[in-house]
Design a protein around this ligand. Structure first.
Ligand SMILES: *Cc1c(COP(=O)(O)O)cnc(C)c1O
Length: 428
C-alpha cells in the first residue's frame, strides 16, 4: 500500500528519528521521490538543485549510468559475503587502487562501513602500535578545537569539546588533549607563534600521546576553517620529532574536494594513518577505509596479540567496493582538476558579493567548497523552506551556509545556488 505525501510525512513524524533532531521535531522535512544528475525530485513534483552532494559524497551526480551498472553487475555475482577467511575481487581491486592513489608510505587497507568507524579503527591502530612497541602508556590523542571526526564514542572524544557536547558525556568519553585550531589561514605561511601551542602540548604530553588526529587543510563540520598547508607540514615534522603518529582524517577532503586528490597533498606530507569515506563510493553506499604504512601494520602484527582487533560484519561489502571502483574510475578519467578549479572560480564570483552584506562575517572558498559564515546562527525552521522555495537544496548549520556541489554541476545550476544564498542571506 503506497502512502500519499501527507501520510508519508505523518508516518515519518510518528516513527523516525532524523540526524541531530528531536523525536517530534517542528523542523520542516521534505520527502524525496528520486534523484538524477544534480537534482532531487520531491514527491510533490518540485525539483531542487542539490548544493550539498548528500553531505559531500556525490561527485558524479545521482543515478549515474556507469555507477548503476557497476552495482547491477556486482549484485548478480554476490551482494555480500563475510570477509573473515574469504576475499573477493572488488575489495582487492579497491584496496590496490587506494594504495596507488594515496601517498607513498600508505600500503595497507582496512575496510569499514562508515567514516566514524574508520576513525575508531585508526585510533585503535595507533594504540595497538604503541602497545606492540612496549609503550602502552601512549594511548591518548592530541586533537584540535573545531575538529569533527564522527559520532561514535572514541571519534566523539576527539571532536571539538564544545560542539561535540563533551559535557553531556563527561566521565564516559575518553579524555584527550586539545589545542586551538590553526589560526594561519590557507595560502598564508605558518609562524613559530602559530604552531607554538601545538608544539608545547606535544612536547609536554608526548609520553602519553599515541597520535595526533586532524582534518588536513579544511576543518569541516566543526566550522569550515581552511588553514595553512605550512601548518600541516610542521605538524608532520613535530610528530616525527616527538615520536607520535599522525592520523589524517580525509573523510571530507578526499577525492579532490579541495583541488588536490587528498588534502595532505597541499602540504606534500603523508600521514601514518589515513581515513577515507564519504565520497569514496561517489555517494552510493556506505563504505570507509583506514590506510596505514607497512611499518605500523607490521609492528601491530608482531606485537601481542599479533592481530589487529577489529572486524565489522559488513566489512568490504562487494556492492560498495564495486561502486567505489566505478566512482574512482570516473573521477580519474575526468578532467576533475579543471572542473574543481572552475567551480572554485564560480563560487568566488557568486559568493564574494555576500561579504558586503551586514549579516555576513566571512566568505571562504577552496576547491569545490564555498562557505558564507554569518554573524549569527541561522534559524533552520525558517531558512530551510526559503531555499526550497527557490528550487535549491542547501542545508546550513550554525552560522555556516555552504556549498559542496558535485563536480559535474553546470554553470547555470551553480549560479542558481549562489544567487539563492545571496538572496536568502540578504533577507535575513
Ligand atoms: C563525516 C565525517 C566523519 C564521519 O563519517 P560518518 O560516515 O558520518 O560516520 C568523520 N570525519 C570527517 C572529517 C567527516 O567529515
Amino acid at each position: 500500500m503506497k502512502m500519499n505525501p501527507e501520510e508519508l510525512l505523518q508516518a515519518d513524524r510518528d516513527y523516525i528519528w532524523h540526524p541531530y533532531s528531536a523525536i517530534e521535531s517542528d523542523q520542516p522535512i521534505f520527502p524525496v521521490a528520486s534523484a538524477e544528475g544534480v537534482r532531487l525530485k520531491l514527491v510533490d513534483g518540485r525539483e531542487l538543485i542539490d548544493g550539498m552532494a548528500s553531505w559531500w559524497c556525490v561527485l558524479h551526480g545521482y543515478n549515474h549510468p556507469e555507477m548503476n551498472r557497476a552495482i547491477e553487475v556486482q549484485i548478480k555475482q554476490m551482494s555480500h559475503v563475510m570477509f573473515g577467511g574469504l576475499t573477493h575481487a572488488p575489495a582487492v581491486e579497491l584496496a590496490k587502487k587506494l594504495v596507488e592513489l594515496t601517498p607513498e608510505p600508505l600500503k595497507k587497507v582496512f575496510f569499514s562501513d562508515s567514516g566514524s568507524i574508520s576513525v575508531e579503527v585508526a585510533m585503535k591502530m595507533a594504540i595497538q602500535y604503541w602497545h606492540a612497541k612496549g609503550q602502552p602508556e601512549k594511548q591518548r590523542f592530541l586533537a584540535f578545537r573545531s575538529g569533527y571526526h564522527g559520532d561514535t564514542f572514541q571519534a566523539m572524544s576527539v571532536c571539538d569539546p564544545v560542539n561535540g557536547m563533551h559535557t553531556l558525556f563527561t566521565g564516559v568519553l575518553a579524555r584527550q588533549h586539545f589545542v586551538d585550531s590553526p589560526t594561519c589561514r590557507f595560502g598564508e605561511p605558518c609562524s613559530d607563534q602559530d604552531i607554538r601551542q601545538f608544539e608545547q602540548k606535544l612536547e609536554a604530553e608526548q609520553g602519553n600521546i599515541a597520535a595526533v588526529i586532524l582534518e588536513p587543510i579544511v576543518q569541516n563540520a566543526g566550522g569550515m576553517h581552511f588553514y595553512s598547508a605550512e601548518y600541516l607540514c610542521r605538524v608532520r615534522q613535530l610528530c616525527d620529532q616527538y615520536d607520535v603518529l599522525l592520523i589524517l582524517d580525509e573523510i571530507a577532503t578526499g577525492f579532490g574536494r579541495t583541488g588536490r586528490l587528498f588534502g595532505c597533498e597541499h602540504a606534500e606530507i603523508s600521514p601514518d594513518i589515513m581515513c577515507v569515506g564519504k565520497a569514496l563510493t561517489g555517494g552510493y553506499l556506505t563504505l570507509a577505509a583506514t590506510l596505514t604504512t607497512q611499518q605500523v601494520s607490521e609492528t601491530i602484527s608482531s606485537g601481542d596479540p599479533g592481530l589487529f582487533m577489529h572486524g565489522p560484519t559488513f566489512m568490504a561489502n562487494p556492492l560498495a567496493c564495486a561502486v567505489s571502483l566505478a566512482s574512482i574510475r570516473l573521477l580519474m578519467e575526468s578532467p576533475w582538476q579543471q572542473r574543481v578549479s572552475h567551480i572554485e572560480q564560480q563560487l568566488q564570483q557568486g559568493l564574494e558579493p555576500c561579504r558586503a552584506l551586514p549579516q555576513v562575517a566571512d566568505v571562504r572558498i577552496l576547491g569545490a567548497i564555498g562557505v558564507v559564515e554569518l554573524v549569527a546562527p541561522v534559524n533552520m525552521k525558517t531558512i530551510q523552506p526559503q531555499f526550497v522555495e527557490r528550487g535549491v537544496w542547501i542545508r546550513p548549520f550554525g552560522k555556516m551556509i555552504y556549498l559542496m556541489p558535485a563536480y559535474v554541476m553546470e554553470d547555470t545550476d551553480l549560479q542558481a545556488l549562489t544567487d539563492a544564498i545571496y538572496q536568502v542571506v540578504q533577507g535575513l
